[in-house]
Design a protein around this ligand. Structure first.
Ligand code: CA
Ligand code: CA
Ligand code: CA
Length: 277
């Protein structure tokens, strides 16, 4: 028997305050200089600074405001920490959404629908190929995440990515997908992260749309969203259910216990909720 809890309100409160965070998921600090192999930003040119990138993912189950987050390059030999990039304004990532920052040039491609920024300075990210750490700070200057590139093998000519994405340790990209040197804005297998537009409204106000709370794996939806498309995915972006013209009852079936995102899709808009069961 499944004991499943629908914790829309509770999860919203927990994850926006305690667990809301942006993680480094992939880093290309040494793009390949063989032909255009290293043209990660897709602009048709190889440039060892411009084609560097860092991919970030919102691992929380709520929208995350990453406006003015900062990337620092910390030289482990000199001890100097240098600001390399500051994120833009009004940048809200949805749960599981990705952000890619390139060192320069022009970003040409879909990049999985992720939010993409290009550094406008002449130094770009200037990620050393050895002997440094990359630090991420939030808008208040609190350290959020870091990666020690020196702990990884130097001069890899490809990116380092978490494997599995989001939760795993860093490995060379080609060791997961042979011949594929990077995947800015997508999972290592090329599938997109959550590309929904971040919801900046108050999700708690929407919790009554899906009930009961807590539930038992069988829950009901309100008349307001009945008949619309509902998609349920896990934290890794894998779709569990896709229900068109939803009736007023939904079952989670054999889905294992854990956190899930519920998207109520209407035209090109969607509302997202958190489901734990
Ligand atoms: Ca470099
Ligand atoms: Ca390029
Ligand atoms: Ca990736």
């Amino acid at each position: 028997m499944f004991r499943k809890l629908l914790l829309l309100t509770v999860c919203y409160l927990c994850f926006t305050s305690a667990n809301a965070q942006l993680i480094i998921n992939e880093v290309l600090y040494d793009p390949s200089n063989t032909g255009l192999e290293g043209d990660a930003n897709g602009d048709g040119f190889y440039d060892q600074v411009q084609d560097e990138f860092i991919e970030f993912v919102n691992t929380s189950s709520a929208d995350l405001d990453v406006s003015r987050y900062r990337i620092y390059d910390h030289d482990t030999i000199t001890g100097l920490k240098t600001l390399r990039h500051t994120m833009g304004y009004d940048l809200i990532l949805p749960p599981g959404g990705a952000l890619v920052v390139f060192g320069g040039g022009t970003a040409i491609g879909s990049f999985g629908g992720a939010h993409v920024e290009v550094d406008l300075g002449t130094l770009g990210l200037s990620l050393g190929n050895s002997g440094e750490k990359i630090f991420l700070a939030d808008s208040s200057g609190n350290w959020v995440d870091s990666i020690n590139s020196n702990a990884l093998s130097n001069n890899p000519n490809e990116s380092y990515t978490r494997n599995p994405d989001i939760t795993g340790a860093f490995v060379q990209h080609g060791s997961v997908t042979p011949g594929k040197l990077f995947s800015p804005g997508t999972y290592v297998n090329g599938s997109p992260f959550n590309t929904q537009t971040g919801i900046s409204g108050n999700i708690r106000d929407k919790s009554s749309l899906i009930f009961p709370n807590p539930g038992n794996g069988e829950f009901q939806i309100s008349a307001e969203i009945e008949g619309k498309t509902i998609r349920i995915s896990n934290l890794f972006g894998q779709e569990i259910l896709n229900i068109e013209h939803a009736g007023n009852n939904i079952s989670m079936g054999n889905a294992p216990e854990g956190l899930y995102f519920i998207y109520v899709v209407e035209s090109k808009k969607s509302q997202v909720f958190v489901l734990k069961h």
